[in-house]
Design a protein around this ligand. Structure first.
Ligand code: EPU
Length: 415
């Protein structure tokens, strides 16, 4: 398994363009299955998760071709079964249930895998499908769906699940009649999916608000769409700038998508400037602590940035409290940070962090995607050498992570 070797202590300086958003592009791939015509997805990040999604699409009969950051998807679906081996690699395979059902009126999918950050049930997806008239049976770890009697319906989510909102949009775009989603998730990736599906001929409004309306159309056609920038990747690099000191500029980002983080970083003493699609950060002293940060659905503080924030709070000048409200087991980076000298006490979903002056190098292991990125940030700050094992987790979401950090002045190699 690959690892990063990091010699910490260098400041980060320079600018770079942020990649397209993983969590936006995965549902777009599912959306491309809604038509046989060719779709072109631009600004598609080159990541393990995206490769795995492409493999699943091919196993269903679709043609998927990548040329640089542009991916073409088309072709007739020949299978309604998403294989177990591929689904367990990728949680987002669950989106394919909506798309395959919309196209073939039946689907078989294994329970999805993905990062081990919590129970991650799919009851909200399946309950909504039932409201839309889909018959569902579950046995031997597979879900069998029949959508021959599917039609639009009003749906109310108990919780604004990102994936369930996207899945219902994918299924209902071509269902007969009107579907409404109340208490929909409001993440920018959902607006991205709405824009893409509407370019394909769908009639969806309201994404970005808690109430989405989907007027079913008979069919969709091919379209070309540019993926939105990755707010979580942009946020991770900004925190890398804050933990190392220096001046960095993230180009091609959407600052409005990062409001919750930017206001925390400003309050902690970082100098932040926003100029159209660019975000500049300067950090020239030890940051102030974060009194209390709670992860929340968008526009609250994103759970995907909680782990990097823990690394940053570990070297703040005072005590911080970080509360993880979204996933049950998303603190696996904390024992590893403690090996590096961080002073953190966890009680349930609450982490109390007493900042130390500097972390110290250690051999540690990435347990999941964002937690792994947090350990890299910690290693960049630490005195001495840090070895981060199992960085394949990190590469599921960060394109050219170590090369980009090196271009900013970090001393990090992958072996
Ligand atoms: N939940 C249920 N039942 C469901 C669906 C969700 O109880 O049917 C619970 C989950 O267990 C979790 C909470 O609701 O506790 C939030 O889950 P949500 O469905 O909103 O998340 P997701 O769609 O599974 C996406 C991102 C995650 C990100 C979350 C929250 C993708 C591919 N994944 O997951 O990204 O953390 O939204 O913002 O879009 C990552 O990139 O590292 C990552 C994990």
């Amino acid at each position: 398994m690959a690892k990063y070797i990091i010699n910490g202590g260098s400041a980060l300086n320079g600018q770079f363009f942020v990649q397209g958003a993983k969590n936006a592009v995965l549902p777009l791939f599912a959306g491309a299955l809604l038509t046989e015509e060719e779709d072109v997805i631009q600004n598609c990040p080159d990541l393990l998760d995206v490769d795995n999604m492409a493999r699943i699409l091919r196993s269903l009969g679709a043609d998927v071709e990548r040329h640089g950051n542009s991916v073409k998807i088309g072709g007739t679906l020949s299978s309604h079964e998403i294989p177990y081996g591929l689904a367990k690699e990728l949680r987002s395979s669950i989106f394919l249930l909506g798309s395959v059902l919309a196209r073939l009126k039946k689907a078989k999918v294994a329970y999805p895998g993905g990062c081990d950050i919590g129970l991650r049930p799919i009851n909200i997806h399946l309950d909504a499908f039932r409201e839309l008239g889909v018959k569902i049976e579950e046995y031997y770890g597979y879900i069998y769906c029949d959508a021959t009697a599917m039609q639009g319906a009003p749906i109310n989510f108990d919780y604004p699940s990102v994936g369930a909102t996207e899945n219902v949009m994918l299924l209902a775009a071509t269902a007969r009649g009107l579907t409404t989603i109340s208490n929909a998730a409001r993440e920018p990736e959902i607006e991205g999916l709405q824009d893409y599906l509407n370019l394909m001929g769908a009639k969806i409004t309201g994404a970005g608000t808690p109430f989405i309306t989907i007027e079913g159309v008979d069919s969709l056609h091919g379209a070309e769409y540019t993926t939105i920038p990755d707010r979580i990747v942009a946020g991770t690099y900004l925190m890398a700038g804050a933990i190392c000191g220096g001046e960095i500029e993230v180009l091609g980002a959407k600052p409005s998508h990062l409001h919750a983080l930017l206001s925390k970083l400003s309050k902690s003493g970082c100098k932040i400037k926003v100029n159209n699609d660019n975000i500049y950060l300067r950090s020239d002293k030890r940051i102030m602590p974060f009194d209390r940060v709670e992860t929340q659905p968008y526009p609250g503080f994103p759970t995907d940035l909680q782990a990097p924030l823990c690394a940053l709070a570990s070297v703040a000048n005072g005590n911080s409290m970080i509360i993880e409200n979204i996933f049950e087991t998303r603190f696996k980076h904390i024992p590893e940070l403690i090996k590096m000298g961080a002073q953190i006490i966890v009680s349930g979903s609450v982490a109390c962090i007493r900042g130390v002056e500097q972390l110290r190098g250690a051999e540690i292991t990435a347990m999941d995607l964002r937690g792994g990125a947090a350990l890299v940030l910690a290693g960049l700050n630490a005195k001495g050498t840090t070895i981060v094992n199992d960085v394949h987790h990190v590469e599921r979401g960060y394109q050219n992570f170590e090369a980009t950090l090196c271009s900013l002045g970090a001393d990090i190699v992958k072996v």
